[in-house]
Design a protein around this ligand. Sequence first.
Ligand SMILES: NC(=O)c1ccc[n+]([C@@H]2O[C@H](COP(=O)([O-])OP(=O)(O)OC[C@H]3O[C@@H](n4cnc5c(N)ncnc54)[C@H](O)[C@@H]3O)[C@@H](O)[C@H]2O)c1
Length: 317
Amino acid sequence: MNKILVTGASGQIGSELVPALRAKYSDENVIAGWRRKPLTDEVAVGGPSVHIDVTNRAEVEKVVKSIKPDYIYHLSSILSASAELNRQAAYAVNFEGVFNVLEAAVANKTARVVIPSSIGAFGPETPRIAPNDTIQKPTGLYGISKVFGELMGNYYYSATGVDVRGVRLPGIISWKVEPAAGTTDYAVAIFYGAILECRYTCYLGPDTRLPMMYMPDAVNSLIGVAEADLGDSRHRADFNVNAVSFTPSELAAVIKKRMPEFEMTYEVDPLRQAIADSWPDALDDSVAREEWGWSPQFELATMVEDMFTNLTKKLKG
Ligand SMILES: NC(=O)c1ccc[n+]([C@@H]2O[C@H](COP(=O)([O-])OP(=O)(O)OC[C@H]3O[C@@H](n4cnc5c(N)ncnc54)[C@H](O)[C@@H]3O)[C@@H](O)[C@H]2O)c1
């Protein structure tokens, strides 16, 4: 492995994926691509970085040509709730950005491109426990872009030889960088509320069950799918990965066990509630388990404990 380029490296996932890749492949080989949002200090001082706006085809080609990465982790994205509020930006980043990165990969013989998909790639007609291969009719622009990314990935693999891979990530819970306007962000914000104020007002209803995953498992799933020996599997950019699944009231109950004075109230946001209601409760990830040995490490109780410990240190020193 010579070089790895990560786009969107200043985001929630990039801020933790880049240090993990640097620990594995050495600091100077992992280039953190950023656009407007600054990189965390850890990522900025830990190795090289480059400006890359994925909507700018010429810049994408120039950066990929100069780095000649073996792998690209393409994380740049406009997430679910933001995409509904700014369709123009979401189209440019989530559709054109994917195309620009894939074309640059073909032109520069990039071996593999990893494009994360999401539970948003499913819709209300998908069974509540989503099989790997099932009906995908998302009702939001973000979800449509994720189906596009999956299909483009599988198509580029067969049409051009660039090996495009991806996992359908659930909502990601982490403490280093706050999430950016997704639908599952409550499951991070609730910890800030608990630690700072002993209370939280949730924008999803108490019984909204969604699949979730702790960040270390998400990072492992991305590196795992990138490195897997997939042989001639017909799955490439479209693997379900599952970890935990809970409702806001179930998460509040686990937090309350640890912090009895914690209070949860609800003020439902219709936009995010509608998005959440169209997503499955959990993902059947047996294909990823069988084909490349996927297995998560964190369950609900261990995740809550780890979040409390690390976020308390971060917020209160
Ligand atoms: N966080 C989650 O809960 C979650 C769940 C499922 C899938 N995913 C997927 O994982 C990937 C990373 O998500 P994240 O949570 O880190 O998102 P994020 O919003 O935290 O980060 C996205 C990054 O994209 C960058 N970006 C936006 N416009 C850009 C442009 N024009 N050019 C270059 N970069 C641009 C932003 O600056 C940001 O750093 C995305 O594909 C997302 O759809 C995330």
